[in-house]
Write a protein that binds this ligand. Structure first.
Ligand code: CP3
Length: 342
Protein backbone atom coordinates (compact mmCIF):
# COMPACT_ATOMS: atom_id res chain seq x y z
CA UNK A 1 0.00 0.00 0.00
CA UNK A 2 1.32 3.42 -0.97
CA UNK A 3 1.79 5.82 1.93
CA UNK A 4 0.39 9.27 1.31
CA UNK A 5 -1.35 12.00 3.32
CA UNK A 6 -4.70 10.95 1.86
CA UNK A 7 -4.17 7.23 2.53
CA UNK A 8 -2.92 7.96 6.04
CA UNK A 9 -6.01 10.06 6.75
CA UNK A 10 -8.26 7.27 5.50
CA UNK A 11 -6.35 4.90 7.78
CA UNK A 12 -7.42 7.09 10.73
CA UNK A 13 -4.47 9.45 11.19
CA UNK A 14 -5.13 13.09 12.06
CA UNK A 15 -2.73 15.28 10.10
CA UNK A 16 -1.96 18.86 11.12
CA UNK A 17 -2.83 19.97 7.56
CA UNK A 18 -5.59 18.00 5.85
CA UNK A 19 -4.93 16.48 2.43
CA UNK A 20 -7.13 17.98 -0.29
CA UNK A 21 -8.69 17.31 -3.67
CA UNK A 22 -11.96 18.41 -5.34
CA UNK A 23 -14.88 16.46 -6.69
CA UNK A 24 -15.03 16.94 -10.49
CA UNK A 25 -11.51 18.35 -10.44
CA UNK A 26 -10.86 17.14 -14.00
CA UNK A 27 -13.38 19.14 -15.99
CA UNK A 28 -14.48 22.18 -17.90
CA UNK A 29 -13.31 24.88 -15.46
CA UNK A 30 -9.78 23.94 -16.67
CA UNK A 31 -8.66 25.44 -20.04
CA UNK A 32 -6.34 22.47 -20.61
CA UNK A 33 -9.29 20.09 -20.15
CA UNK A 34 -11.39 22.04 -22.68
CA UNK A 35 -8.61 21.70 -25.26
CA UNK A 36 -8.53 17.90 -24.93
CA UNK A 37 -12.36 17.75 -24.75
CA UNK A 38 -12.80 19.73 -27.97
CA UNK A 39 -10.89 17.10 -29.92
CA UNK A 40 -13.22 14.33 -28.65
CA UNK A 41 -16.55 13.99 -30.40
CA UNK A 42 -17.99 11.36 -28.11
CA UNK A 43 -17.81 11.51 -24.29
CA UNK A 44 -18.03 7.72 -23.74
CA UNK A 45 -15.19 7.06 -26.22
CA UNK A 46 -13.20 9.74 -24.40
CA UNK A 47 -13.71 7.90 -21.09
CA UNK A 48 -12.69 4.62 -22.80
CA UNK A 49 -9.49 6.10 -24.24
CA UNK A 50 -6.81 5.28 -21.62
CA UNK A 51 -4.24 7.82 -22.91
CA UNK A 52 -6.73 10.71 -22.97
CA UNK A 53 -8.39 9.68 -19.69
CA UNK A 54 -4.97 9.49 -18.04
CA UNK A 55 -3.96 12.87 -19.48
CA UNK A 56 -6.98 14.74 -18.09
CA UNK A 57 -6.87 12.85 -14.77
CA UNK A 58 -3.35 14.21 -14.23
CA UNK A 59 -4.13 17.81 -15.28
CA UNK A 60 -5.42 19.05 -11.91
CA UNK A 61 -2.50 17.34 -10.11
CA UNK A 62 0.02 19.04 -12.37
CA UNK A 63 -1.65 22.43 -11.96
CA UNK A 64 -2.59 22.37 -8.26
CA UNK A 65 -0.57 19.55 -6.68
CA UNK A 66 -3.70 18.00 -5.12
CA UNK A 67 -3.17 14.99 -2.84
CA UNK A 68 -5.40 12.72 -4.91
CA UNK A 69 -6.36 12.14 -8.52
CA UNK A 70 -9.77 10.73 -9.44
CA UNK A 71 -9.83 8.64 -12.58
CA UNK A 72 -11.55 10.35 -15.51
CA UNK A 73 -14.63 8.23 -16.18
CA UNK A 74 -18.33 8.54 -15.36
CA UNK A 75 -21.01 6.94 -13.22
CA UNK A 76 -22.98 6.37 -16.46
CA UNK A 77 -20.34 3.93 -17.77
CA UNK A 78 -22.33 1.20 -16.00
CA UNK A 79 -25.61 1.89 -17.89
CA UNK A 80 -23.52 2.24 -21.06
CA UNK A 81 -22.08 -1.24 -20.48
CA UNK A 82 -25.64 -2.47 -19.83
CA UNK A 83 -26.63 -1.36 -23.35
CA UNK A 84 -28.77 1.56 -22.21
CA UNK A 85 -27.77 3.62 -25.22
CA UNK A 86 -26.02 6.39 -23.26
CA UNK A 87 -25.12 9.64 -25.04
CA UNK A 88 -23.90 12.96 -23.69
CA UNK A 89 -25.53 15.82 -25.58
CA UNK A 90 -23.59 19.09 -25.23
CA UNK A 91 -25.75 21.65 -23.43
CA UNK A 92 -28.37 19.04 -22.47
CA UNK A 93 -26.50 16.39 -20.50
CA UNK A 94 -26.82 12.62 -20.58
CA UNK A 95 -29.53 10.83 -22.57
CA UNK A 96 -30.46 7.16 -22.20
CA UNK A 97 -33.28 4.97 -23.48
CA UNK A 98 -35.66 5.03 -20.50
CA UNK A 99 -35.99 1.72 -18.66
CA UNK A 100 -39.58 0.56 -18.18
CA UNK A 101 -40.98 -1.86 -15.62
CA UNK A 102 -41.86 -4.48 -18.24
CA UNK A 103 -38.29 -4.79 -19.54
CA UNK A 104 -36.33 -7.99 -19.04
CA UNK A 105 -33.03 -7.89 -17.17
CA UNK A 106 -30.35 -9.61 -19.23
CA UNK A 107 -28.25 -11.45 -16.63
CA UNK A 108 -25.69 -12.49 -19.24
CA UNK A 109 -24.73 -8.84 -19.77
CA UNK A 110 -23.39 -8.67 -16.21
CA UNK A 111 -20.55 -11.04 -17.12
CA UNK A 112 -19.47 -8.74 -19.95
CA UNK A 113 -18.99 -5.65 -17.74
CA UNK A 114 -15.39 -6.50 -16.91
CA UNK A 115 -14.52 -6.70 -20.62
CA UNK A 116 -16.59 -3.73 -21.72
CA UNK A 117 -15.10 -1.47 -19.10
CA UNK A 118 -11.59 -2.93 -19.23
CA UNK A 119 -10.27 0.33 -20.73
CA UNK A 120 -11.13 2.14 -17.49
CA UNK A 121 -8.85 -0.39 -15.77
CA UNK A 122 -6.11 0.33 -18.32
CA UNK A 123 -6.52 4.06 -17.64
CA UNK A 124 -6.22 3.41 -13.88
CA UNK A 125 -3.08 1.35 -14.38
CA UNK A 126 -1.50 3.92 -16.68
CA UNK A 127 -2.38 6.82 -14.37
CA UNK A 128 -1.08 5.00 -11.30
CA UNK A 129 2.23 4.40 -13.10
CA UNK A 130 2.59 8.13 -13.81
CA UNK A 131 1.47 9.49 -10.43
CA UNK A 132 3.94 10.23 -7.64
CA UNK A 133 3.82 7.64 -4.86
CA UNK A 134 2.45 10.10 -2.30
CA UNK A 135 -0.58 10.92 -4.48
CA UNK A 136 -3.58 8.62 -4.15
CA UNK A 137 -5.62 7.47 -7.14
CA UNK A 138 -9.37 7.22 -6.61
CA UNK A 139 -11.58 4.87 -8.61
CA UNK A 140 -15.36 5.32 -8.43
CA UNK A 141 -18.86 4.31 -9.42
CA UNK A 142 -22.32 5.71 -8.90
CA UNK A 143 -24.30 4.11 -6.09
CA UNK A 144 -27.14 1.98 -7.55
CA UNK A 145 -29.99 4.39 -6.69
CA UNK A 146 -28.36 7.36 -8.43
CA UNK A 147 -27.53 5.28 -11.51
CA UNK A 148 -31.09 3.91 -11.61
CA UNK A 149 -32.54 7.43 -11.62
CA UNK A 150 -30.71 8.11 -14.91
CA UNK A 151 -31.84 4.74 -16.33
CA UNK A 152 -35.53 5.26 -15.49
CA UNK A 153 -35.76 9.00 -16.21
CA UNK A 154 -33.67 8.66 -19.38
CA UNK A 155 -31.37 11.47 -18.25
CA UNK A 156 -31.02 14.11 -15.57
CA UNK A 157 -34.10 15.06 -13.56
CA UNK A 158 -35.26 17.64 -11.06
CA UNK A 159 -37.72 15.62 -9.00
CA UNK A 160 -37.10 11.99 -10.09
CA UNK A 161 -40.87 11.59 -10.39
CA UNK A 162 -40.77 8.52 -12.68
CA UNK A 163 -38.23 6.72 -10.49
CA UNK A 164 -40.15 7.45 -7.30
CA UNK A 165 -43.43 6.43 -8.86
CA UNK A 166 -41.88 3.14 -10.02
CA UNK A 167 -40.64 2.43 -6.58
CA UNK A 168 -44.22 2.45 -5.24
CA UNK A 169 -46.05 1.11 -8.29
CA UNK A 170 -43.65 -1.73 -9.24
CA UNK A 171 -41.81 -2.69 -6.03
CA UNK A 172 -40.72 -6.13 -7.32
CA UNK A 173 -39.37 -4.79 -10.60
CA UNK A 174 -37.69 -1.92 -8.79
CA UNK A 175 -35.95 -4.30 -6.37
CA UNK A 176 -34.83 -6.50 -9.29
CA UNK A 177 -33.36 -3.50 -11.13
CA UNK A 178 -31.63 -2.36 -7.95
CA UNK A 179 -30.06 -5.83 -7.52
CA UNK A 180 -29.02 -5.89 -11.15
CA UNK A 181 -27.29 -2.50 -11.07
CA UNK A 182 -25.70 -3.44 -7.72
CA UNK A 183 -24.12 -6.51 -9.36
CA UNK A 184 -22.93 -4.44 -12.33
CA UNK A 185 -21.37 -1.90 -9.95
CA UNK A 186 -19.43 -4.64 -8.16
CA UNK A 187 -17.92 -5.69 -11.52
CA UNK A 188 -17.02 -2.09 -12.42
CA UNK A 189 -15.32 -1.43 -9.07
CA UNK A 190 -13.45 -4.76 -9.27
CA UNK A 191 -11.93 -3.63 -12.58
CA UNK A 192 -10.64 -0.42 -11.00
CA UNK A 193 -9.47 -2.02 -7.75
CA UNK A 194 -7.56 -4.77 -9.55
CA UNK A 195 -5.98 -2.20 -11.87
CA UNK A 196 -4.44 -0.42 -8.88
CA UNK A 197 -6.85 2.28 -7.66
CA UNK A 198 -5.81 3.13 -4.08
CA UNK A 199 -9.28 4.21 -2.92
CA UNK A 200 -12.83 3.64 -4.18
CA UNK A 201 -15.69 6.11 -3.92
CA UNK A 202 -19.43 5.56 -4.33
CA UNK A 203 -21.37 8.64 -5.48
CA UNK A 204 -25.02 8.63 -4.37
CA UNK A 205 -25.60 12.13 -5.72
CA UNK A 206 -29.40 11.90 -5.57
CA UNK A 207 -29.82 10.04 -2.25
CA UNK A 208 -31.83 13.12 -1.20
CA UNK A 209 -34.76 11.92 -3.36
CA UNK A 210 -35.20 8.57 -1.60
CA UNK A 211 -38.21 8.49 0.77
CA UNK A 212 -36.78 8.33 4.31
CA UNK A 213 -38.61 5.11 5.17
CA UNK A 214 -36.95 3.38 2.21
CA UNK A 215 -33.35 4.52 2.80
CA UNK A 216 -32.30 1.25 4.40
CA UNK A 217 -33.38 -0.72 1.36
CA UNK A 218 -32.41 1.69 -1.42
CA UNK A 219 -29.39 3.64 -0.17
CA UNK A 220 -27.72 1.63 2.59
CA UNK A 221 -28.27 -2.06 1.71
CA UNK A 222 -26.91 -1.89 -1.89
CA UNK A 223 -23.75 -0.08 -0.75
CA UNK A 224 -23.24 -2.65 2.01
CA UNK A 225 -23.74 -5.46 -0.49
CA UNK A 226 -21.19 -3.94 -2.89
CA UNK A 227 -18.61 -3.56 -0.13
CA UNK A 228 -19.18 -7.07 1.25
CA UNK A 229 -18.75 -8.52 -2.25
CA UNK A 230 -15.52 -6.56 -2.81
CA UNK A 231 -14.12 -7.59 0.57
CA UNK A 232 -14.99 -11.23 -0.15
CA UNK A 233 -12.95 -11.00 -3.34
CA UNK A 234 -9.94 -9.72 -1.42
CA UNK A 235 -10.30 -6.01 -2.23
CA UNK A 236 -8.80 -4.11 0.71
CA UNK A 237 -8.85 -0.52 -0.53
CA UNK A 238 -10.69 2.01 1.66
CA UNK A 239 -14.12 3.01 0.38
CA UNK A 240 -15.63 6.51 0.66
CA UNK A 241 -19.42 6.83 0.59
CA UNK A 242 -21.17 10.02 -0.56
CA UNK A 243 -24.89 9.88 0.28
CA UNK A 244 -25.58 13.42 -0.88
CA UNK A 245 -28.52 15.20 0.74
CA UNK A 246 -29.42 12.32 3.05
CA UNK A 247 -29.67 14.63 6.10
CA UNK A 248 -30.05 12.83 9.42
CA UNK A 249 -29.91 9.54 7.47
CA UNK A 250 -26.14 9.93 7.52
CA UNK A 251 -26.09 8.46 11.05
CA UNK A 252 -27.51 5.11 9.94
CA UNK A 253 -25.44 5.22 6.73
CA UNK A 254 -22.21 5.65 8.71
CA UNK A 255 -23.14 2.79 11.03
CA UNK A 256 -24.52 0.31 8.54
CA UNK A 257 -23.16 0.84 5.02
CA UNK A 258 -19.67 -0.53 5.90
CA UNK A 259 -17.91 2.43 4.31
CA UNK A 260 -14.52 3.52 5.64
CA UNK A 261 -15.03 7.26 5.22
CA UNK A 262 -17.86 9.69 4.56
CA UNK A 263 -18.03 12.49 2.02
CA UNK A 264 -20.18 15.29 3.49
CA UNK A 265 -22.32 17.53 1.27
CA UNK A 266 -22.51 21.30 1.79
CA UNK A 267 -26.09 21.15 3.11
CA UNK A 268 -24.91 19.26 6.20
CA UNK A 269 -23.96 21.22 9.30
CA UNK A 270 -20.34 20.32 10.09
CA UNK A 271 -20.65 20.81 13.86
CA UNK A 272 -23.70 18.54 13.97
CA UNK A 273 -22.19 15.85 11.77
CA UNK A 274 -18.95 15.90 13.74
CA UNK A 275 -20.97 15.24 16.90
CA UNK A 276 -23.09 12.39 15.56
CA UNK A 277 -20.46 10.36 13.67
CA UNK A 278 -18.35 7.63 15.27
CA UNK A 279 -15.24 9.20 16.84
CA UNK A 280 -12.55 8.14 14.45
CA UNK A 281 -14.46 7.95 11.19
CA UNK A 282 -12.61 9.95 8.49
CA UNK A 283 -14.67 12.63 6.75
CA UNK A 284 -14.26 14.49 3.50
CA UNK A 285 -15.82 17.83 2.64
CA UNK A 286 -17.66 20.12 2.56
CA UNK A 287 -17.14 23.61 1.08
CA UNK A 288 -20.10 24.81 -1.00
CA UNK A 289 -18.91 24.77 -4.67
CA UNK A 290 -20.72 28.10 -5.11
CA UNK A 291 -18.71 29.66 -2.28
CA UNK A 292 -15.64 28.57 -4.24
CA UNK A 293 -17.12 30.13 -7.38
CA UNK A 294 -17.37 33.49 -5.60
CA UNK A 295 -14.18 33.21 -3.50
CA UNK A 296 -12.94 35.98 -1.20
CA UNK A 297 -13.20 36.38 2.56
CA UNK A 298 -16.56 34.61 2.92
CA UNK A 299 -14.94 31.54 1.38
CA UNK A 300 -11.95 31.62 3.72
CA UNK A 301 -14.36 32.01 6.66
CA UNK A 302 -16.23 28.90 5.51
CA UNK A 303 -12.96 27.01 5.10
CA UNK A 304 -11.89 27.94 8.65
CA UNK A 305 -15.24 26.76 10.02
CA UNK A 306 -14.83 23.39 8.29
CA UNK A 307 -11.22 22.99 9.45
CA UNK A 308 -12.12 23.92 13.05
CA UNK A 309 -15.14 21.61 13.13
CA UNK A 310 -13.20 18.57 11.89
CA UNK A 311 -10.03 19.36 13.81
CA UNK A 312 -10.40 16.33 16.09
CA UNK A 313 -10.97 13.66 13.47
CA UNK A 314 -9.24 12.44 10.28
CA UNK A 315 -10.29 14.98 7.63
CA UNK A 316 -9.79 15.29 3.87
CA UNK A 317 -10.60 18.79 2.67
CA UNK A 318 -12.98 18.81 -0.33
CA UNK A 319 -16.11 20.45 -1.69
CA UNK A 320 -19.66 19.45 -0.78
CA UNK A 321 -20.31 18.60 -4.45
CA UNK A 322 -18.49 18.99 -7.77
CA UNK A 323 -16.76 22.21 -8.86
CA UNK A 324 -18.86 24.11 -11.40
CA UNK A 325 -17.48 25.00 -14.88
CA UNK A 326 -17.50 28.83 -14.45
CA UNK A 327 -15.30 28.71 -11.29
CA UNK A 328 -12.23 30.99 -11.67
CA UNK A 329 -8.86 29.26 -11.32
CA UNK A 330 -7.66 32.00 -8.96
CA UNK A 331 -10.38 31.02 -6.45
CA UNK A 332 -9.18 27.41 -6.51
CA UNK A 333 -5.66 28.70 -5.86
CA UNK A 334 -6.93 30.86 -3.00
CA UNK A 335 -8.71 27.88 -1.45
CA UNK A 336 -5.60 25.69 -1.69
CA UNK A 337 -3.32 28.38 -0.18
CA UNK A 338 -5.75 28.86 2.69
CA UNK A 339 -6.11 25.16 3.49
CA UNK A 340 -2.35 24.53 3.26
CA UNK A 341 -1.32 27.46 5.44
CA UNK A 342 -3.56 26.42 8.30
O1 CP3 B 1 -12.61 14.95 -11.86
C1 CP3 B 1 -13.57 14.17 -11.92
O2 CP3 B 1 -14.34 14.05 -10.97
C2 CP3 B 1 -13.69 13.42 -13.20
C3 CP3 B 1 -14.47 12.19 -13.20
C4 CP3 B 1 -15.99 12.33 -13.09
C5 CP3 B 1 -16.87 12.73 -14.15
N1 CP3 B 1 -18.15 12.50 -13.72
C6 CP3 B 1 -16.49 13.29 -15.47
C7 CP3 B 1 -17.49 14.07 -16.23
C8 CP3 B 1 -16.77 11.94 -12.01
C9 CP3 B 1 -16.33 11.49 -10.61
C10 CP3 B 1 -18.13 12.02 -12.43
C11 CP3 B 1 -19.24 11.59 -11.59
C12 CP3 B 1 -20.61 11.83 -12.01
N2 CP3 B 1 -21.14 11.80 -13.27
C13 CP3 B 1 -21.68 12.03 -11.10
C14 CP3 B 1 -21.57 11.99 -9.59
C15 CP3 B 1 -20.94 13.22 -9.04
C16 CP3 B 1 -21.84 14.40 -9.03
O3 CP3 B 1 -21.43 15.42 -9.60
O4 CP3 B 1 -22.92 14.32 -8.44
C17 CP3 B 1 -22.86 12.20 -11.86
C18 CP3 B 1 -24.24 12.46 -11.31
C19 CP3 B 1 -22.50 12.05 -13.24
C20 CP3 B 1 -23.41 12.07 -14.40
C21 CP3 B 1 -23.04 13.09 -15.40
N3 CP3 B 1 -21.87 13.09 -16.13
C22 CP3 B 1 -23.81 14.21 -15.82
C23 CP3 B 1 -25.17 14.56 -15.26
C24 CP3 B 1 -23.07 14.87 -16.80
C25 CP3 B 1 -23.52 16.01 -17.65
C26 CP3 B 1 -23.56 17.29 -16.92
C27 CP3 B 1 -22.37 18.10 -17.27
O5 CP3 B 1 -21.67 18.54 -16.34
O6 CP3 B 1 -22.16 18.31 -18.46
C28 CP3 B 1 -21.84 14.19 -16.95
C29 CP3 B 1 -20.74 14.54 -17.87
C30 CP3 B 1 -19.37 14.63 -17.32
N4 CP3 B 1 -18.77 13.69 -16.54
C31 CP3 B 1 -18.45 15.69 -17.54
C32 CP3 B 1 -17.26 15.35 -16.88
C33 CP3 B 1 -15.99 16.12 -16.84
C34 CP3 B 1 -18.71 16.92 -18.39
C35 CP3 B 1 -18.83 16.51 -19.81
C36 CP3 B 1 -18.00 17.31 -20.77
O7 CP3 B 1 -16.81 17.57 -20.53
O8 CP3 B 1 -18.57 17.65 -21.80
Amino acid sequence: MISSPLMNTLAGEKLSRPPLWMMRQAGRYLAEYRVVRQAQTDFISFCLNPDKACEVTLQPIQRFDFDAAIIFSDILMVPWALDRNVHFIPGTGPQLTPWTADMRLDEALLDTIGTRLASVGTAVQLTRSKLAAEKALIGFAGAPWTVITYMIEGGSSRDFADTRQWLWSHPKEFEALLDYVTEATIHFLMVQARAGADVLMLFDSWASAVPAERRDQIVIAPVRRIIEALRKQGIKQPIIGFPKGIGEGIIAYAEEAEIDALAIDHMTDVVWVNNVLPNNMPVQGNLDPLSLLVGGSDMTKSIDHILDSFNDRPHIFNLGHGITPPTPICNVEQMIRWVRKS
